[in-house]
Design a protein around this ligand. Sequence first.
Ligand SMILES: Cc1ncc(COP(=O)(O)O)c(C=O)c1O
Length: 317
Amino acid sequence: MDKNLFFLNGRSALMAGLMLLQLQKDDEVLIPQFICDSVLYPFKDLKIKTNFYKVKKNLNPDWIDINKKFSKKTKAIMMIHYFGFPTEIKKFLKFKKKNKIYLIEDYCHGYTGKKNKIELGNIGDFSFSSLKKIFPDTISGGILKINNKKLSNINLIRNFKNYKNYKLFFEIFKKIKYIKSKIEKTKFFLSKNSRYASYQSNTSKNKKNYFYGDLESFKFLSKKNFVYEKKKRFLKYKKIEKLLKREKIYPLLDLKNNSLLPWYFVAKVKEDKRKHIFRKLSKIGLKVFSWPNFPKELEKNKLNMKLWNSIICVNLI
Ligand SMILES: Cc1ncc(COP(=O)(O)O)c(C=O)c1O
C-alpha cells in the first residue's frame, strides 16, 4: 500500500486525510499543543474535536500528559516531526497499537528522511507533507500519503475543489507570491531584521485554500535529487553549528548525518538574550526566524510561550 495524493498545501492534505478517517460527532483527536495555527484549520472546518497534549523542552511529547488526556473518545493521535527531526516514533506506534487508534503523522517540516531504517512519512495511518515549506523554489505543494489500506476509499474526498479548474488563477497567484517573497527576503537581508524576536499576536484569518490535484508538486518532486539535497543541508547545518558555537549557541536538535532533510537549524537560547542573538546573527548574514504562530486559543498558554522563547530557527537554504 503506497499511495501519494497531491494537494495545494499541507493543510489540504491533512483535511483529506481526516475525511478518510470518517470520525463521528464526539470523537476526539489528540494533538500537540506546540503547533501552528494552520494545522488547526482542517479540524475546525470539519468540526472535529481536538484535545491538546503537552510537549517537553526538547520537543518530545509529554507521555504523562498524553495518558491523562486519553479517553474513550480518543480515536486518533497526531505526532509531529518538528523541523524535520524524527519524534518518538516507537512510543507513538506502541500507543496506537495499545489503544487501537489511528496515528496521524505530520511531516510538513521535512521530506524523505530516515531514522535507522524507518522512512519518515510512512509511519502513520496517513502522513502529510508540505513541499512549499521545505523547498523555497516552490510556492505550493502538499502530499497525503495513505499507509493504511483501510483508508483507501478516496471517493470520500470527491467534493474537494480541483486545482485544475483554478489553474490559471493559481499561476498568477503564485507568480505574485513569488515576487512578494523575493522582495520580503531582500528587505529582510538589507535591514538585518529582528522582527521575529518577539511574539506577535496572531491576526491571521483561517485560510480556507483547500485544493486537490496540484500536479506541479508532482512534477517538481520527480526532478529533485534528494540525496544531493540532504547532503547540501547537512553541510550547511554543520557550518552553522560551528559558527554558532563561537557565540556559545548550541543546537536543540542534533543532525548526525545526511539521512534527514531538515527545515531549519534549531538552536536553544535564553529568553533574556533572545533579541540580542537575533540582532547578532542577522548581522553575520544569517536569516533567523521564530516558530510557530500559535492558534489564538493557545497564545496564552504559558508552557507554549516559554518553549517559543527558548528556541530560534536559522535558515538552512
Ligand atoms: C507542523 C506543521 N504542519 C502543517 C502545516 C501546514 O502546512 P501548509 O502551510 O502547507 O498548509 C504547518 C504550517 O506551518 C506546520 O508547521
